[in-house]
Design a protein around this ligand. Structure first.
Ligand code: ME8
Length: 517
């Protein structure tokens, strides 16, 4: 069986989840569900990033201890993912003992391999991004380039990873694997960054400044830099490293049997591209582990022109639209609206337009098909003799898979919606209501209704990754236990199934009510 291991970033436990986090996690969920529908063995990882100065400060401000604070925030992330129907297989927390042991072993491997040294650091640090920035990056106003907040001048002794030693190998890897970082614009950004000499990476913080972290194996006066700690989560969850064995048997080197490493896909926003496409692969090279197979950096959700983020206080609660429209409609909007890789601007108007596709195209098709089967055939789907929409369905499936393979999820969903649109056109053209009245048209009416029933069943398969609950509900109304898998579509037979008409799948919502929410 093919397997697929995909990851989201682990989100900072400095505050509760917001729409940006929800987007990446739903994107991951759609891909996880898609690969499961292809009968692959999927491991879908998400979690929370719980160490470092930012969390230490958030807990101190709330006058609580950092672990208690993280317990609360990680529960809120889990609750949000439950509400948004996210089917993660593993939720990792960097405060888990297993993860701490793997980070320890990872650092030891870097040290033993001779890639670590101690030195003085002088530079500008952004607590918000948990990163140093160069003079050039912070500009004359001395603000971090991501959130525009002031940076701190820091001078201290740190342990460094000899990242510079891996620059050439990394550039070669990117050039030899042109689809390793997608979209291409992000790959070019990384190559641009790597056209300058790469510095070494400070991988520790003195406990006098940051105590909330994992102590270095060889120096208890320092904790691991939070990004090294956090990135390692992807290896922890893979089961590749066994820290309690002697160093040479721990799993550094080739992939071990049973291990899920290397990950097939790291999903992230473009704000953390450098950490994933430069720090992480060089650290893996230093530790002697294979690189992830692909990195997809998507764009930002913005309100007007500004990135939505917690620090900017313009966060839209991902759950607020669910009250009126339901979870699946929010998932549909997020996936259909953003072209993977580009920014997208959230506006209520765009949300209503995308919701309109659900009511007017898919919902309408389901409603009229089920209602005609009930009215003209006592609720029983006739036998399929010839499929009037077979070529359209085949073309839609091929466009859908093609787009998914290139991670253009918005295009895959457009292809699915196009099939629903074509099926509506087929209804108008065939006029089953006229056939029902005219004598001698029984066979044609059977064919029309059976074709529409089968098309709806195919649509439950295509839409399930994005709208799992609605797809299940529609499948149930067609007398199916669940939406068919791709491999079942060929032999799909619905004749004799009793259908349930029911309420509209996507009810019309008065816009005034929704904007008041
Ligand atoms: O960076 N639009 O965590 P984080 C789209 N802990 N996506 C957005 C977004 C927006 N406006 N805002 C956030 C961290 N995201 C680290 C990661 S991984 C080893 C450690 C999403 O809580 C997007 O995926 O700041 C972005 O990369 C991530 O949340 C940042 O989450």
């Amino acid at each position: 069986m093919d397997s697929f291991y995909l990851t989201t970033p682990i989100y900072y436990a400095s505050g509760p989840p917001h729409l940006g986090h929800a987007y990446t996690t739903i994107l991951g969920d759609v891909l996880a569900r898609y690969h499961r529908r292809r009968s692959e063995d999927v491991l879908f990882l998400t979690g929370t990033d719980e160490h470092g100065q930012k969390i230490q400060a958030a807990a101190a401000e709330a006058e609580t201890d950092p672990k208690r604070w993280c317990d609360d925030i990680s529960d809120r992330f889990k609750a949000a993912w439950r509400d948004l129907n996210v089917s993660y297989d593993r939720f990792i927390r960097t405060t888990e003992d297993e993860h701490k042991a793997v980070v320890w072993a990872f650092l030891e491997a870097l040290y033993e391999n001779g890639h670590v040294y101690e030195s003085e650091y002088v530079g500008w640090y952004s607590v918000g991004q948990e990163r140093y920035f160069t003079e050039k990056e912070i500009g004359p106003d001395r603000v971090d380039p991501v959130a525009g907040k002031p940076v701190e001048r820091i001078q201290e002794t740190n342990w460094f990873f000899r990242m510079s030693a891996f620059q050439e190998r990394l550039v070669r890897h990117i050039e030899e694997n042109p689809d390793w970082i997608i979209p291409q614009s992000r790959k070019n950004e990384v190559l641009g960054f790597l056209s300058q000499p790469l510095g070494d990476l400070s991988i520790s913080r003195p406990t006098s400044r940051v105590s909330w972290g994992i102590p270095l194996p060889w120096d208890p006066e320092h904790v691991a830099y939070v990004w090294v700690d956090a990135l390692t989560n992807y290896v922890t969850a893979s089961g590749q490293i066994t820290p309690d064995l002697p160093p040479d048997e721990r799993g550094f080197g080739a992939t071990r049997p049973g291990s899920r490493w290397p990950a097939d896909l790291h999903l992230l926003g473009k704000d953390i591209l450098t950490t994933h496409a430069v720090y992480w692969p060089t650290l893996l090279m230093g530790a002697g582990l294979p690189l992830p197979r692909k990195i997809l950096a998507h764009g930002w959700w913005v309100v007007g022109e500004t990135k939505m983020s917690k620090s900017l206080d313009n966060v839209v609660d991902p759950l607020y639209l669910r009250g009126d429209f339901g979870t699946d409609a929010v998932r549909w909007y997020l996936i259909r609206e953003m072209s993977t890789g580009q920014d997208a601007s959230y506006t209520p108007e765009r949300f209503f337009a995308r919701y309109g596709e659900l009511t007017n195209i898919l919902g309408n098709l389901a409603h009229r098909t089920l209602s005609m089967i009930v009215r003209y055939r006592d609720g029983v789907i006739p036998r399929l003799e010839g499929d009037g929409l077979a070529p359209q369905a085949e073309a839609a499936l091929s466009a859908y898979h093609g787009s998914m393979a290139e991670y253009r999820l918005h295009d895959a969903m457009a292809a699915a919606m196009d099939l629903a649109r074509e099926a509506n056109g087929y209804v108008e053209e065939r006029e089953p209501w006229a056939m029902a009245k005219a004598p001698g048209k029984e066979a044609e009416l059977d064919e029309t209704l059976a074709t529409l029933g089968r098309t709806l069943a195919i649509l439950t398969c295509l839409f399930e990754p994005v709208m799992p609950a609605k797809a299940r509900e529609l499948a149930a109304r067609l007398g199916l236990e669940e939406p068919p898998r791709f491999e079942d579509l060929e032999a799909l037979a619905l004749d004799g199934h009793s259908v349930v008409h029911g309420e509209p799948l996507f009810p019309r919502v008065e816009i005034e009510d929704a904007t008041d929410a």
